[in-house]
Design a protein around this ligand. Structure first.
Ligand code: PTJ
Length: 243
């Protein structure tokens, strides 16, 4: 029982949720360590959405709404942390949701799909093909999903898969607290923010854009700006840490 007035309440609740999902097989054990890395970067960034991340989140909403065929790729961590938000984002953007796992077993794919469906997500099913030129299971995609997508949202992604998607001409949006990761550096748009903060912002912007019916042409943007800004932010915080 975590008391609500605990200074790290939110973080502890999230850890508890991930642990439960690890025990039920939704999150891989490796996913727990990946979360720890994310937490460390979140600490450095101040555990809040920066101004530049918010701009990236607005651009992401626009990209998803303007897409012909947006796809959201969901792994174990994303499912455990944000199934409800994925359902909402799917409803607004019309995106296809496909389960794509690094530590893939058919049992996990099924568990994650069932969990997502329980939260209102419509999950892609059907044929799976080895679509990406990778030597591991993340090469596998649902035929009606990523192969036909123009814009792909891949939160907490592996670098080689992100790179393969970019090289195949997909517009790749990622959410990754580590601005130095290969994924962060090779995506078209990197949101350096925590998943459970980033998704509600993207959803809010997507709703605004739809309500006002004003999908604007995406202005040119430089992903390097978002990465550099996140790094600068961390450096500033580190320099002031003991002030
Ligand atoms: O469920 P599976 O089998 O597909 O495995 C999923 C993981 C996450 C284990 C797998 O994709 C993996 O190993 O990922 P990486 O290479 O560790 O990359 C995950 C990235 O996400 C790291 O850069 C973390 O810093 C970052 N990250 C972790 N938690 C969060 C996060 N970024 C945003 N929000 C988080 N909550």
């Amino acid at each position: 029982m975590i008391p609500k007035d605990h200074p790290r309440y939110k973080s502890l609740i999230i850890r508890e949720r991930l642990s439960k999902c690890a025990m039920s097989g939704i999150v891989s054990l490796e996913g727990l360590t990946a979360h720890g890395r994310g937490e460390a970067f979140d600490y450095l960034i101040g555990e809040k959405t920066t101004e530049s991340a918010l701009i990236a989140e607005k651009i992401a909403a626009n990209l998803l709404i303007l897409a012909n065929k947006p796809v959201i790729s969901v792994n174990g961590n994303t499912c455990a942390l944000a199934a409800e938000a994925i359902a909402e984002l799917q409803k607004i953007t019309g995106a296809y949701v496909e389960v794509n796992l690094f530590h893939r077993t058919e049992e996990r794919v099924l568990k994650i799909s069932n969990f997502l469906e329980g939260k209102g997500v419509s999950v892609l099913k059907g044929n799976v093909v080895k679509y990406l030129p990778l030597s591991h299971d993340r090469a596998l995609c649902f035929t009606e999903g990523i192969p036909k997508a123009d814009v792909v949202l891949v939160p907490l992604e592996d670098g080689d898969r992100c790179q393969a998607l970019v090289e195949m001409g997909k517009t790749v949006i990622t959410i990754d607290l580590n601005p130095l990761s290969r994924t962060a550096r090779c995506a078209r748009l990197t949101i350096v923010d925590e998943l459970t903060r980033a998704l509600p912002n993207i959803i809010r912007y997507a709703k605004e854009i739809k309500e006002r019916n004003n999908t604007t042409e995406i202005e040119e943007f430089d992903n390097f700006y978002f990465l550099q800004n996140a790094i600068d932010n961390m450096i500033t915080r580190l320099n002031c840490a003991l002030d």
